[in-house]
Ligand binder design. Sequence first.
Ligand SMILES: Cc1cc2nc3c(=O)[nH]c(=O)nc-3n(C[C@H](O)[C@H](O)[C@H](O)COP(=O)(O)OP(=O)(O)OC[C@H]3O[C@@H](n4cnc5c(N)ncnc54)[C@H](O)[C@@H]3O)c2cc1C
Length: 363
Amino acid sequence: MIRVQDIKLDLNEDIAMLPVKIAKKLKIKTADILSYMIFKEAIDARKKDDIKLVYTVDVETTKDEKLLAKFPNLKHASAQYICPPKGDKVMNHSPVVVGSGPSGLFAALMLAQQGFKPILLERGVAVDERVNDIERFWKEGKLDPKSNVQFGEGGAGTFSDGKLTTQIKNKRCHKVLEEFVIAGAPENILYKNKPHVGTDILRDVVKNIRQTIIELGGTYRFNSQVTNIFVENNKVCGVEVNGNERIDTEHCIMAIGHSARDTFEMLYNAKVHMEQKPFSMGMRVEHLQDWVNEAQYGKFKDNEKLGAAEYKLVHHCENGRTVYSFCMCPGGYVIASGSEEGSLVTNGMSEHAVMGKMLIVLS
Ligand SMILES: Cc1cc2nc3c(=O)[nH]c(=O)nc-3n(C[C@H](O)[C@H](O)[C@H](O)COP(=O)(O)OP(=O)(O)OC[C@H]3O[C@@H](n4cnc5c(N)ncnc54)[C@H](O)[C@@H]3O)c2cc1C
């Protein structure tokens, strides 16, 4: 399998033209292509009159080795992420994962896939029940501190834009996307330059991942807030749930996000090592989506293949600081996202079909 970059399609060309273009680029016949898979799709809109879709494709041909020797820029398609091998020490108790947000969910899934039968503890409720609590909050303003946009199945990510960009290169990223697809996300997130799932699809994805973890022998417990952590000889030996139950464990992953102030305080009092993290100050800008589409795509602004346009701005100040647009939420809306009485939190959320009117930029 070889990775071929920079295969370009005009907007009026069908995706079925890809093998023809690949063959042309590699100077082989289409019959020599055994299989191919899109690795990345991006839009080149630098020339507004000649916008292209640009593909990186993993191709298996009858002549892989010959082609690799002929074109020095060609490389083998890089191998997929493989979990590190398991240790050989027998664990006395199941590992405990605290929090069912993106971090906890994937930690529990990886442990379950390796046969460790994790116990996942979540202070909030399952996603369907959570949807009702949040809709009540948005309609009537009544906050449930246990079940809200931050707390509950899927964590803060469930009611979000579901943008899956990390801006890092790491094989684990593809593994995460693959698991999303297995759990029901659209397959194109595997290769889109800016993959986006949307809150509507995410709600089913988190339920399906929960189902997989349970089928693999894991345990899921909602309404289960970790209220204390037990440490002996400088090692974790258990956690307390809801102030009245102890679960013994030697391995505890605290995937509690950044909103559970009570839990941070509990961990601090229990002398768990913590480090402050720098944070950025931001503001939110809203534009009409149509303006950005026109600015980026000119006469092709309504072309379905291009979808909602985005942009990125960066300015390096003389004092060494940088101001930058952080992320965009095309077709999204701003939602109240608080988890504590008396505080105000907002964020952007969108559905999978993002061709809405407004584009929100978090700067
Ligand atoms: C409205 C909104 C939109 C967003 N949009 C995007 C986006 O489009 N793309 C993106 O990349 N990021 C987005 N984010 C940020 C993203 O959601 C977070 O970065 C991500 O959820 C962090 O994941 P996490 O698993 O670390 O924590 P969280 O998702 O915060 O999950 C932590 C979980 O731990 C549980 N918990 C906390 N304390 C305890 C305890 N003591 N016991 C048991 N359970 C506990 C909580 O109930 C929660 O479910 C958005 C956030 C919000 C609020």
